[in-house]
Design a protein around this ligand. Structure first.
Ligand code: UDX
Length: 466
């Protein structure tokens, strides 16, 4: 390794990926400037406020604040940057293809401000295969004196999960770098403290047990782009597989949790991402599986496994509502509690959250919905204005007087609720536990439906014992 020098880094886009990347690189010692076209977001960041909820992120951005600046202004940043990260959103269009408008705008703004020296432009947004070359072309078309041996586009996909973004960034399984060898070498330099794990650990980010160093995968642009999609598609597929098997478990009297444990010991399968439940949500799995399918169809290539994974996921949301209707029957005028609104715990992200579809369907069926989420309620007030529900300040408030309950997100506080007491506050103790949160049979009468298993009967005390 050459003597390591901090670099000037620009990060375009201050969403989950951009903020995480900016915080990580600033912590590694680089001089980082975050750029966003939204002046409100930038003003917030300049005041030290973090526009999204991600555990530890506000602290990281504050701790690394001496290496961080925020601006809306490309002209004063791009010419001085050694490395420019593109971390803008690529939300899905109605036909499933990603919307590349923000990416194109970012690439044009970069092009107009290139400095005539060697600069590396890194695509961290999840983009369709071939986008790296497309970005190169935009630079070529819009830069004043473009030269292919000066400006290099690298694909460095992001694998972080919301809720554990900091740990995933500091202790990644792998770092994928796709592009020209020279640019990849520069990226290795940039990430050297991460690759060799020589950075200062953060007290508030746990290092996974037995973690050593990340694998570095050096590859071509299209392979790097494909790795990101294939990884997410495979994870989505794994969850859909667990949900499909869960349905059969229910029919034959098997227990999906035990089945998943049993198959997971086969190291070729592994235990992770086999939790059956309400299915996947969030901003990535649905978008990326659809994008892969639509790339396939552009080439006349069908991807039936991925289509099935999406169908099973959609069906799973219906399964949860069927379980409710099986017991509650007519829902008009009934009061239904929904616990959990975020698509998964430890985030306020509501994108493609199963709870959204549950509430929408309950609205259609004429039920009164009372919803609770420990973190996402504020955001839901802004983003779910089209849904009708009453906010409950606590989980217990949501349950009070309810005719039924759907547990849509497995927040830790729901797992640790005293369920024996909680169900007694309901008008009717009917619980559709779509995340298999309740682990013990209750002492009080209640109807509890879970996914892919039944709660065991309470073992009766032996005669003569207390
Ligand atoms: C995912 C990928 O994990 C990450 O690598 C990628 O960069 C972005 O997409 P994220 O969307 O933050 O990250 O969430 P993740 O923790 O992966 O969960 C995705 C969804 O799958 C959630 O809705 C979760 O509830 C569901 N899930 C996950 C299951 O239903 N069962 C499981 O076993 C695991």
């Amino acid at each position: 390794m050459n003597e390591w020098k901090p670099q000037q880094v620009a990060v375009i886009g201050t969403g989950y990926v951009g903020l995480g990347t900016a915080g990580l690189l600033a912590h590694l010692g680089h001089q980082v400037t975050g750029i966003d076209i939204d002046p409100n977001k930038i003003a917030q960041l300049q005041r030290g406020e973090v526009p999204i909820y991600e555990p530890g992120l506000d602290q990281l951005l504050a701790d690394a604040g001496h290496n961080l600046r925020w601006t809306t202004d490309y002209e004063n940043v791009i010419p001085h940057a050694d490395v420019i990260f593109i971390c803008v959103g690529t939300p899905p269009l109605p036909d499933g293809r990603p919307n590349l408008t923000y990416l194109e705008a970012a690439a044009r703004s970069i092009a107009q401000n290139l400095n005539g020296k060697v600069q590396v432009i890194v695509n961290k947004s999840t983009v369709p295969i071939g986008t790296g070359d497309w970005v190169t072309r935009i630079l070529e078309e819009h830069a004043v004196d473009y030269h292919m041996n000066r400006y290099f586009v690298v694909s460095n996909p992001e694998f972080l999960r919301e809720g554990t973004a900091l740990g995933d960034s500091l202790y990644p399984d792998r770092i994928v770098l796709g592009g020209h060898a020279l640019a990849v070498e520069r990226m290795r330099d940039l990430y050297a403290p991460l690759i060799h794990q020589t950075f200062e650990p953060l007290a508030y980010v746990a290092r996974p047990r037995e973690y050593t160093v990340p694998a570095v995968v050096e590859t071509t642009l299209p392979s790097a782009e494909m790795i990101k999609y294939a990884a997410n598609a495979f994870l989505a597929l794994k969850i859909s597989f667990a949900n499909e098997v869960a349905g059969l478990c229910e029919r034959v009297g098997a227990n999906i949790d035990e089945v998943a444990t049993g198959i997971g010991f086969d190291q070729r399968i592994g235990h992770r991402f086999l939790a059956a439940g309400a299915g996947w949500g969030g901003s990535c799995f649905g978008k990326d599986t659809s994008a892969l399918i639509s790339t396939g169809s552009e080439y006349g290539y069908d991807m039936p496994i991925l289509r099935a994974a999406i169908n099973v996921n959609q069906r799973q949301r219906g399964v949860v509502l069927e379980k409710l209707q099986k017991h509650a029957r007519l829902l008009k005028g009934k009061r239904v509690a929904v616990l959990g609104m975020a698509f998964k715990p430890n985030t306020d992200d509501l994108r493609d959250a199963p709870a959204h579809d549950f509430i929408a369907r309950l609205n259609q069926l004429g039920a009164t919905v009372v919803a609770h989420d420990p973190i996402a309620m504020d955001r839901a007030r802004r983003e779910w204005g089209h849904l009708r529900y009453i906010e409950a300040p606590t989980a217990l408030d949501a349950l009070k007087g309810a005719d039924a309950l759907i547990i849509a997100t497995e927040w830790a506080e729901y797992r640790s609720l005293d369920w024996n007491t909680a169900v007694q506050t309901m008008r009717r103790p009917l619980v559709i536990d779509a995340r298999n949160v309740i682990s013990e049979p209750l002492d009080v009468p209640a109807t509890i439906e879970q996914i892919g298993k039944e709660l065991p009967e309470k073992t009766p005390a032996l005669e003569g014992t207390a």
